[in-house]
Structure formats: structure tokens, C-alpha cells
Design a protein. Structure first.
Length: 374
């Protein structure tokens, strides 16, 4: 079998944890991973007897869905790569990887504590199947897991005793099942356009995809990067009275922050449309005009919205004739990124940081994001 071409059929053992409970740790030891793999192998043989022709690989680590659904699927890729290196014949062709002295055998198999509070934890597993058997086994794999994928009682009991937390459900899901479940969850919170972009990045990375968010912001995926429309550009296309436009602008930035946080979790780069825009650590910045040599020292203004704080920062300059020109707009994607954005503007324009605020979103007479005229 070692000389054969082996194809991967990725899946997970999904643990739905009782409300208010969190596992005290995110990894299993080597011995624990071996024990769990034995239970899993028994379950899978009962669901799909043909698995005996494949190699079962399991990672004794508890992940959040966002950690598994990333470009090139690095957790499953690493799991399959490690499994191919283990000689056949161990544990009846079942291989498991757990922690040793608190460390997993590869960085990709280390879950992040940042996502440890989620209600569902996922143990990655994969079948390594001879190429000539892959299609038939894949069909049964998908069919049986979605219809009869509950884990056996010994498996569920072992997990609850070992992890020390009550579990509501324990079941097997293929990667396709996991993606479908995540799609439904994103749709439920009005983030279906984001999922369309993620799905393209995960499954068809060479294909471009465009989407419009629920609030109307334009998005585009191409060549591994997701690009957002400029919020200021979006505002310029809107209509209505100034208070409503300011409220809508704050809503767009809130939505942008939602998208940005999830894209970061899925490890997809975020950019902003425009020839002179850049993405920094936690912020987006668009440059509209260079500073004039005979103008005043550029001034920084904060646009603020109730409950969101600073939603945008505008850099402007007063020209020799007294008119005000907007040089740049920046958007902190979380509160901690504001200082990084200010430092970038200070560095780029050679000015001291002196952020002024009016407690609102400032717009010009045409309803565009602007700086105060006085």
C-alpha cells in the first residue's frame, strides 16, 4: 500500500459541548489519541465497512471550524502528510497523533486558545484511500456519515470521561458536511455573501467571485485575497438626510469589521479596492491626494458613532486659498488598531499625531465623508 497513490477523504469528529462548558485542554496525549482512534475505527467500520481498505488518520486536537476551513486546508494537509510517513501495520492501519510534553507533532495541529470558547469542537480525521477505490468509498463515506454519523456510545463516553465535560452530541461529518453546516450558520446571521467568497477561496481558489453584503458593500475574491469596497466610496453613492446617511455609514463599518474578523480567523487576506490603498495590521487605508507643499500641516479627524467609537479617520489639509482637501481615509477594524493607523499616517505624512473629534460622522454638502470646513 505504501507504493500506491493515496487520496484523502477528510472528515471530523464533531463534539457539541453542553452550554456553559469548556474543555480544560485542547489536545490529547499520544496514548489518549491512540485510544480514541481505536474507538473511531470501530465506529467507522460499522458505518462504512470498506474503510478497512484505507488508512485512518486522527489528530488528537480540538479545533474550531474556522481553524479547519482555511485555504489549502492546512490541518488536514498536515495530518495526511504525517500519516503517510508512518509504516503500515500499526494499530491495524490506524494512526493517531497526540501531544508530547504539551506539544503536537506539527504547528498546524496546534489549536489556538483564541477560539476555545466555541460551542462545537472538531477532532480532524482522514481516510487515506488507494486511488482506484477512492470514488466508490467516497460515495459511501458521504452517504453514511450524513445519514448515520452519530458516534457510538463507547466513543462518546470515553470523550466525556477524558475531557471532563458533558457533550450534547458527538457525530462524524465529512468536510463537505462541515462546510454545509458553516454555510447555514453564516446565512443565519446574515453573512451569506461572506460565505460565497470563502467557499470560492477554499474550493476554487483560481476562480474569481463577487458578492454584495447585506448592507450593500461590494466585495471581490481573486488570487487568494478578498477585497472590500471603500466605505467612503459606498457612502458617496447613498441618498437621504445627513443623520440617516451617518447612521448607515456606521452600519457599513460595523459590517466591514464583522467580515474582517471572520476573514482573519479563516486566514484570508483582506484588502480595499483602489489603486492607492493598503491594508495594515487591523486597518484599511485609502489615499486620495498627496499633500501640497504650500498647504497647511495635515490634520487628523475622527469620525465617531454611538456604540462603535471611531469608525473612520480622515486626514485633510487646508490649501493656500483656505479650501480643505481630503488626503486620506482610514478605517480601524478593531479598537486596538487605531494607534497603528495613526502611526502609519504620521509616518507617511511627516506630522505629529493630534486626533480631533466632533463626536459624529462628518460629511460635506454632497454627503461624502469629509473633514470639518472650519
Amino acid at each position: 500500500m505504501e507504493a500506491q497513490t493515496l487520496l484523502d477523504l477528510p472528515a471530523v469528529l464533531a463534539l457539541e459541548i453542553a452550554a456553559g462548558q469548556t474543555p480544560p485542554r485542547l489536545t490529547l496525549t499520544r496514548d489518549e489519541a491512540d485510544q480514541l482512534a481505536g474507538h473511531v475505527a470501530t465506529d467507522l467500520r460499522g458505518l462504512v465497512p470498506q474503510v478497512d481498505t484505507a488508512r485512518l488518520a486522527l489528530a488528537g486536537a480540538l479545533f474550531d471550524p474556522v481553524e479547519l476551513l482555511r485555504p489549502n486546508f492546512p490541518v488536514w494537509h498536515t495530518l495526511g502528510d504525517l500519516a503517510r510517513r508512518v509504516p503500515r501495520g500499526q494499530l491495524e492501519n490506524v494512526v493517531a497523533f497526540g501531544s508530547n510534553d504539551g506539544q503536537m507533532p506539527a504547528p498546524a495541529l496546534e489549536p489556538s486558545p483564541h477560539y476555545a470558547d466555541g460551542p462545537m469542537r472538531l477532532l480532524p480525521l482522514s481516510l487515506l484511500v488507494p486511488a482506484e477505490q477512492a470514488e466508490a468509498l467516497s460515495e459511501q463515506w458521504e452517504l453514511q456519515l450524513i445519514g448515520r454519523g452519530e458516534a457510538g456510545a463507547p466513543t462518546a463516553d470515553w470523550l466525556m470521561r477524558t475531557l471532563g465535560v458533558p457533550l450534547e452530541h458527538v457525530r462524524y461529518l465529512t468536510r463537505h458536511d462541515l462546510m454545509a453546516l458553516t454555510c447555514v450558520q453564516y446565512e443565519h446571521v446574515n453573512l451569506a455573501p461572506l460565505w460565497a467568497l470563502l467557499e470560492a477561496a477554499l474550493l476554487t481558489p483560481d476562480r474569481e467571485e463577487s458578492a454584495m453584503s447585506a448592507r450593500g458593500l461590494g466585495w471581490h475574491y481573486a488570487q487568494g485575497t478578498i477585497t472590500a469596497q471603500s466605505p467612503a466610496q459606498w457612502l458617496a453613492t447613498q441618498h437621504g438626510e445627513p443623520p440617516q446617511r451617518a447612521h448607515d455609514f456606521a452600519g457599513i463599518v460595523f459590517e466591514l469589521r464583522q467580515y474582517a474578523a471572520l476573514l482573519d480567523a479563516h486566514q484570508l487576506p483582506l484588502a480595499m479596492a483602489g489603486d492607492d490603498s493598503e491594508a495594515g495590521r487591523g486597518y484599511l487605508l485609502e489615499t486620495l491626494a498627496p499633500a501640497a507643499a504650500n498647504g497647511s500641516t495635515p490634520t487628523l479627524y475622527a469620525h465617531e458613532a454611538p456604540g462603535l467609537g471611531v469608525v473612520a479617520i480622515t486626514l485633510s489639509q487646508r490649501d493656500a486659498d483656505g479650501s480643505v482637501r481630503v488626503l486620506a481615509h482610514g478605517y480601524p477594524l478593531h479598537p486596538q488598531a487605531r494607534d497603528a493607523l495613526l502611526n502609519r499616517l504620521s509616518e507617511r505624512y511627516g506630522m505629529a499625531i493630534d486626533l480631533q473629534a466632533r463626536g459624529a460622522v462628518v460629511m460635506d454638502e454632497e454627503g461624502r465623508l469629509a473633514a470639518p470646513a472650519r
